[in-house]
Design a binder for this molecule. Structure first.
Ligand SMILES: [Fe+2]
Length: 199
């Protein structure tokens, strides 16, 4: 069996377990149980060789490979192959839950909660409620309203798995927060041509 076939089988088996954990909704407990299954998949590093998920070329921070998505756009699983330097502002995922685990490499995630009431358009404040170093054996899960930021400042290249309740194309409007001036920016992910289909 080829590595790709073995990976496809392992993904399907893992997704079966995750679907049943989330059958009654994406509660914190269900997401955390789902995360354990995704960590188990990520521990099979032989299924995720660099030859299948190469690092970005010089000057770019990351490459994103789609490795699974249901026909209705749910349960989208991406491989993020990246170098030191990826950072994001705090953002949500357009009403999609998210789980991130590591095959290789470490990145810091800050988790936030929104503290204003959202009544003023274009303004929003968040505060840090957790910080997690995603690395092999340690993942993060975010509920549908979850907000995080990513800080990849470790020297080792990353090979991380990102599972979303809804694929990038199917996520609704995301909100990003500017910590310096308290403004928000709402956006739809429109340009999706960066995603490489590796199914
Ligand atoms: Fe994110």
């Amino acid at each position: 069996m080829s590595t790709k076939q073995a990976r496809t089988e392992a993904i399907s088996e893992t997704l079966g377990k995750i679907r049943s954990e989330l059958a009654d909704g994406a509660s914190d407990a269900a997401l955390s149980a789902a995360r354990a299954h995704l960590i188990e998949l990520a521990e099979r590093a032989d299924l995720f060789p660099r030859s299948d998920f190469p690092l970005p070329e010089e000057g770019k921070n990351e490459r994103t490979f789609l490795i699974q998505e249901d026909a209705d756009g749910s349960y989208a699983l991406y491989v993020n192959s990246g170098l030191k330097g990826q950072t994001t502002r705090p953002h949500d995922h357009g009403e999609s839950w998210a789980i991130v685990v590591a095959v290789e490499g470490e990145e810091r995630h800050r988790v936030y909660r929104r503290v204003d009431d959202g009544s003023v358009d274009g303004r929003g404040e968040v505060e840090v409620i957790d910080e997690i170093n995603v690395r092999p054996g340690v993942g993060i899960c975010l509920p549908e309203s979850g907000i995080h930021s990513i800080h990849a400042d470790s020297e080792q290249p990353l090979l991380h798995l990102h599972l979303y309740g809804r694929s990038f194309a199917n996520q609704s409007t995301r909100t990003e927060y500017d910590l310096d001036d308290g403004t928000t920016h709402s956006y739809k992910l429109r340009r999706l041509d960066f995603i490489e289909d590796a199914r």
